[in-house]
Design a protein around this ligand. Sequence first.
Ligand SMILES: Cc1cc2nc3c(=O)[nH]c(=O)nc-3n(C[C@H](O)[C@H](O)[C@H](O)COP(=O)(O)O)c2cc1C
Length: 235
Amino acid sequence: MKKFWLILSVLMFVFFVSCGDPDDEETPQPADGNSETDENAEPEEQNDAEEEQQGGEEQETEEETSDDSQEPQETGKILVAYFSYTGNTKLIAEYAAELLGADLAEIVPAQPYTADDTNYNSPDCRARTEYNDPASRPAISGSIGNMAQYDTVLIAHPIWYGDAPRIMDTFMESYDFSGKTLTTFCTSAQSPLGPSAENLKKFAPSATWLESRRFEIGSSREQVGEWLSSIGLAE
Ligand SMILES: Cc1cc2nc3c(=O)[nH]c(=O)nc-3n(C[C@H](O)[C@H](O)[C@H](O)COP(=O)(O)O)c2cc1C
């Protein structure tokens, strides 16, 4: 009989031990990882979403920044407009336009000047006659399309009789320069800037005027660059 109880006890022990196994099997369940991973996945997804959001915001910021960087280009569009009879002023104007990445426009007389027209020694040549008549407005051929798009205009001319040629007066009267930044530059054989800049300023008193400059014939690109830097138009 004792043997029977012993065997029964052993069998019951084995039974309880084997019943405990399921408990042990349950242990991996939570450790199954998947549920925890799934729980963790949610925040990750959230993080992804946040990152996407942040990415979106970053994009917006970048767009805003690029908009900002475009702004000065839009409002800072520059025109170099020049009149040049023998090409000296044209060369300086080309340097300036190149250095500034500006548009370049020639002021072309409707009636081209001839050698006789510009004979400095003749008391009644066309150029001198125009100079002697402050009301003279030599006509310009063509016009600058959409002057309104330019924020800054550099106005270039040779010195004739110590001043700007009258065709420059025609140019100044042809456009509305209010709100723009303007400057003038010129070339001459020897005369200084003289009254040229001040006289042209009278046509656009509400514009912001930068310091003008007279260049010697054959001035270099570097000299033009130095002047542009000095007036804040170039680095
Ligand atoms: C009609 C006329 C008048 C001029 N008057 C002067 C002058 O008063 N002082 C001067 O230094 N040079 C004078 N010059 C020389 C020009 O200013 C100089 O050659 C200038 O660089 C010409 O520029 P452009 O080649 O762009 O026309 C005159 C030239 C001409 C044709």
